[in-house]
Design a protein around this ligand. Structure first.
Ligand code: G3P
Ligand code: CA
Length: 285
């Protein structure tokens, strides 16, 4: 076969096209990998963890997929979730005992099945615009975010009984969230934490203290590695004592009006984590 200049030119053109196509595909593959890459366990020496308290609740209804999506886009270390159990034993993201404050319905969460709860909407107003969205189950939150986010989940007793712990651990296991330390569980109830400890011994646990009820001796004496304290109870002495005893200190806030001021007050105390209602402000600090 005679290979003239024109043929050689065509071959070079095809080669360039193939190389270009390969490079573009590699580029897309790298971007796709970066997007879907799971977050590692957050270890940020010298920096505080940013925990999105109930999602980005300053910009959307607390405990909704949208509030968690905004927090995720902001780039936080953990999404914080409060749990309640429905009549049919499903776990949903909800802080209060009833749905009265956050939704257009009334009554105890435990008085509804999940499908009954889904008929109600969380409602709130942001920048003079009313927004609504359904109550998510824990499963739905994991469906949406388990590939990319870390979770900081609060358990509690149900009618003074252990009820949600097994279900939480089952779900964490199902979504492969138990092994790579991407979840912290927190509770005011030592019973609940101890139960979790028996089910999943490696999971980091936070013992929460109620506002005004912080007990330094109890906090030091516990086996839980993280202590959750309301901001008004936090002093430099307490933080140093807890650190000196190998504990991490995570701070939560009960007053949104004073929260930013409180965060500023605490900023040089080496707090290990903030349950923040103002993600962007805390990141700035
Ligand atoms: O989970 C820490 C903090 O959230 C405890 O307060 O009442 O907002 O769940 P609360
Ligand atoms: Ca909570």
């Amino acid at each position: 076969m005679v290979v003239n200049d024109e043929t050689m030119g065509r071959i070079r053109l095809v080669k360039r096209y193939l190389v270009l196509t390969l490079l573009i595909s590699l580029g897309f593959a790298t971007i796709a990998l970066a997007i879907t890459e799971r977050k590692e366990e957050p270890v940020r020496a010298g920096e505080s963890l940013i925990i999105a308290h109930r999602g980005a609740n300053d910009r959307f209804n607390e405990h909704t997929l949208t509030a968690y999506k905004i927090a995720s886009q902001d780039g936080v270390d953990y999404l914080e979730i409060d749990l309640r159990m429905t009549k049919d034993g499903e776990l949903v993201a909800m802080h209060d005992y009833t749905i009265d404050r956050t939704t257009n319905g009334k009554g105890k969460v435990s008085g509804y099945t999940l499908s009954e709860l889904k008929k109600y909407q969380t409602v709130s107003t942001f920048e003079n615009k009313k927004v609504s969205e359904e109550i998510p189950s824990l499963r739905e939150i994991f469906d949406e975010f388990s590939d990319t986010e870390n979770f900081y989940i609060e358990t509690r007793l149900v009618n003074n009984q252990l009820a949600m712990e097994e279900k939480v651990i089952e779900l964490l296991d199902e979504y492969q969230l138990l092994d790579d330390k991407r979840v912290i569980l927190q509770s005011f109830s030592t019973k609940s934490l101890d139960k979790i400890s028996t089910l999943a011994p490696d999971i980091p646990l936070t013992l929460l203290f109620k506002k005004g009820k912080f007990d330094l001796n109890k906090a030091i004496a516990t086996d839980y590695p993280i202590i959750g304290i309301e901001s008004n109870d936090v002093t430099s002495r307490i933080v140093k004592k807890l650190h000196g005893n190998g504990k991490k200190v995570h701070v939560y806030f009960t007053n949104k009006k004073t929260q930013k001021r409180e965060q500023t007050r605490l900023k040089d105390l080496q707090i290990d984590g903030y349950f923040t209602d103002y993600i962007l402000y805390t990141k700035e600090l």
